[in-house]
Write a protein that binds this ligand. Structure first.
Ligand SMILES: Cc1cc2nc3c(=O)[nH]c(=O)nc-3n(C[C@H](O)[C@H](O)[C@H](O)COP(=O)(O)OP(=O)(O)OC[C@H]3O[C@@H](n4cnc5c(N)ncnc54)[C@H](O)[C@@H]3O)c2cc1C
Length: 469
C-alpha cells in the first residue's frame, strides 16, 4: 500500500471500499496510440477524459498517471467544493465586470453539474451543499468580509452572501476565537478521495484506458505528439497536461506556477463535541489569514483542518515533504486545538499534505502551447475541486477543436504575470511566505505587525501579483 494511503485519512477511507479501490490499471508496457493522451490522473485529467467521451463517443483516450489516480492532491484535499464567489474581487480586477460574472456563473453551474453527475453514476462522495463561511479567527481579522461583499454588491450578486455577527456565527459553529464572518450558500463539501476514485471507476467503465505507475518523462512534438514513458510511447493527435504543481519543472511552466505545500490533520469522531459547539450542519469554514486555515466536518463527526502557505520547493520539484511534514501538520493540529479547546483530548487520526500550484493570478488558467497540439490547465491555487470539472470541459473542447461558452471564459489563453526566474523565484517565494505567516501570527496575537515583515509580505501585491495581503 502506498504511504500516502496510510497517512491521508480520505484515501485510507475510500480505498477500504471495493467500489473506490477498483480494479488495477496496469503500467504501460508497449507503444500504443490514441486520439488524445492525457498526462495526470487527478480531477483535471479524469474530468477531461470524461468530457471527451461525452462530447465525442468513440474517441480513443489514454490517461497516463505516474502514481495511482487520485493519490495526488485530488484525493487529499480539504474537500471544499466551491466556485468563484469568493474570488470576485480578483476576478473583477483581472477580467472586468462581465468577465467576472461569466466566471462566477460558470463556477456555480459546474457544481450543480457535478452534483447531478455523482447522483447519476452512484458515486457516494458525501456531497452536501450547506455553504461555506469566511470567519475572523482573531479580532484583527474582523471586517474581512467587507471587500468581498462590497464587490458582490457592485456586481449585483450580493444575495449570495450573508454577513454573520458573532452571535450568528456561534449558531453555525461556536469557538472562543471566532468573531463574525460571511456565509456563501452555494459552497459544499465532498470526501475528495471518494470523488477522485469514483471518477476513475466511471472513466474506466466508459472505456477510457488508464495506465498507472506510468510517469511521462517528456512530450515529443509533432502532428502526432509522443508521450514518452519507461514502458513505451503513446502517439496521439492531441495531448492534455493535467499535472498540477508537477508542471513547475516542465519547460514553459516554471515561471507560471510556484509549488507550495498545504498540510491537513483530522480528528477521531466526536459527534457529541460537535453538537456542543453547534457545528451540526455540513457548513465548511475558512479564516481571513493570508496563509489561511480551512476546516470542515465529516458525517461521522470528525474535524478536518488544513493550513495553507507552508513549505515550498527550492527547485520546483515535488519532494516527499509535500506528502507530509511534522511541523506543517502540527500547525493544523494546533489550529484545531486553538479554535476548539474541547477537542484537545480527541485523538488525531491522520496527518498529511500535498502540493498547491500557486498562480500569480490566484485563479486557474488554461491554454494551448503555441503552435502545438498540447493543451494545459493548472494554477488552481488551492481551489480546484469544483473548477477542475470546468477546466476538464475546456480541455476536452480544446482537444476536439470545439469553441464554446467554456473555452471563451477569460481564463482561457490568459497569460498570468510570470514569476521571476530562478533562483529569485524560490528565494523570493520562501522569504515572502515566511513573512506572510509571521504577519498573520503577529496580527492574530497582538493586532499589529512590524514594518519590515509587513513590507515583505505585501511585496507580491506591489509587484502586480494577486497574492498575499
Ligand atoms: C492539502 C490540500 C488541500 C486542498 N484543499 C482544497 C479544497 O478544500 N478545495 C479545493 O477546491 N481545492 C483544494 N486543494 C486543491 C485541489 O486539490 C487541486 O486544485 C486539485 O486536486 C487539482 O487537480 P489536478 O488533477 O489538476 O491535480 P492533481 O490532483 O495533483 O493531479 C495531477 C496528477 O498528475 C500526476 N503527474 C504529475 N506529473 C506526472 C508525470 N510526469 N507523468 C504522469 N503523471 C504525472 C500526479 O501524480 C497527479 O496524480 C487542496 C490541495 C491540497 C494539497
Amino acid at each position: 500500500m502506498s504511504d500516502i494511503v496510510r497517512t491521508c485519512w480520505w484515501l485510507k477511507e475510500a480505498m477500504a471500499h471495493p467500489e473506490f479501490a477498483g480494479e488495477p490499471a496496469p503500467a504501460l508496457d508497449r507503444d500504443t496510440s490514441a486520439d488524445v493522451v492525457i498526462i495526470g490522473g487527478g480531477y483535471t485529467g479524469l474530468w477531461t477524459a470524461w468530457h471527451l467521451v461525452q462530447a465525442r463517443p468513440g474517441v480513443k483516450v489514454v490517461i497516463l498517471e505516474q502514481d495511482e489516480c487520485g493519490f495526488g492532491p485530488s484525493g487529499r484535499n480539504g474537500g471544499f467544493i466551491n466556485g468563484f464567489y469568493d474570488h470576485a474581487v480578483t476576478l473583477v480586477d483581472l477580467f472586468g465586470r462581465d468577465g467576472a460574472l461569466a466566471v462566477i456563473d460558470a463556477g456555480a453551474r459546474t457544481i450543480r453539474e457535478m452534483a447531478a453527475w455523482m447522483d447519476d453514476h452512484g458515486v457516494d462522495a458525501w456531497f452536501r451543499q450547506d455553504g461555506y463561511i469566511g470567519v475572523a479567527s482573531s479580532p484583527a481579522q474582523a471586517g474581512g468580509w467587507e471587500e468581498p461583499i462590497e464587490t458582490a454588491r457592485s456586481l449585483g450578486i450580493e444575495d449570495h452572501y450573508r454577513v454573520l455577527s458573532k452571535a450568528d456565527m456561534d449558531g453555525f459553529c461556536a469557538s472562543p476565537v471566532f468573531e463574525g464572518g460571511h456565509l456563501v450558500a452555494d459552497g459544499g463539501t465532498v470526501q475528495p478521495a471518494r470523488l477522485a476514485r469514483g471518477l476513475r471507476r466511471v472513466c474506466m467503465e466508459a472505456g477510457i484506458r488508464i495506465h498507472e505507475h506510468t510517469p511521462v518523462s517528456g512530450l515529443r512534438p509533432g502532428t502526432r505528439v509522443e508521450a514518452v514513458t519507461p514502458g513505451g510511447v503513446v502517439r496521439a493527435g492531441q495531448a492534455v497536461l493535467g499535472i498540477n504543481a508537477w508542471a513547475g519543472t516542465w519547460k514553459g511552466f516554471g515561471r507560471r506556477i510556484v509549488p507550495r505545500a498545504s498540510y491537513m490533520a483530522i480528528t477521531a469522531p466526536a459527534p457529541d463535541r460537535l453538537a456542543e459547539i453547534n457545528w451540526t450542519t455540513g457548513v465548511s469554514i475558512y479564516d481571513y489569514r493570508s496563509a489561511l486555515r480551512y476546516l470542515r466536518t465529516t458525517p461521522d463527526g470528525r474535524i478536518a483542518l488544513g493550513v495553507g502557505g507552508e513549505r515550498g520547493s527550492w527547485t520546483g520539484k515535488i519532494g516527499p515533504h509535500f506528502d507530509g511534514d511534522e511541523r506543517g501538520t502540527q500547525h493544523a493540529i494546533d489550529a484545531i486545538h486553538r479554535f476548539f479547546p474541547g477537542f484537545r483530548d480527541v485523538p488525531i487520526e491522520g496527518r498529511w499534505g500535498g502540493p498547491i500550484d500557486v498562480a500569480s493570478t490566484h485563479t486557474p488558467f488554461a491554454g494551448t502551447l503555441p503552435g502545438s497540439n498540447v493543451h494545459y490547465a493548472l494554477g488552481y491555487t488551492g481551489n480546484g475541486v469544483g473548477p477542475a470539472h470546468l477546466f476538464g470541459r475546456i480541455m476536452a473542447a480544446r482537444a476536439l477543436g470545439i469553441e464554446d461558452e467554456a473555452t471563451r471564459l477569460p481564463f482561457v489563453d490568459m497569460e498570468p504575470k510570470r514569476f521571476p526566474p530562478q533562483p529569485f523565484r524560490s528565494v523570493g517565494a520562501a522569504l515572502v511566505n515566511a513573512a506572510t505567516v509571521r504577519r498573520d501570527d503577529a496580527i492574530d496575537a497582538t493586532g499589529s505587525v512590524d514594518r519590515l515583515t509587513d513590507i515583505i509580505a505585501k511585496l507580491p501585491r506591489r509587484m502586480g501579483y494577486h497574492l498575499g495581503p
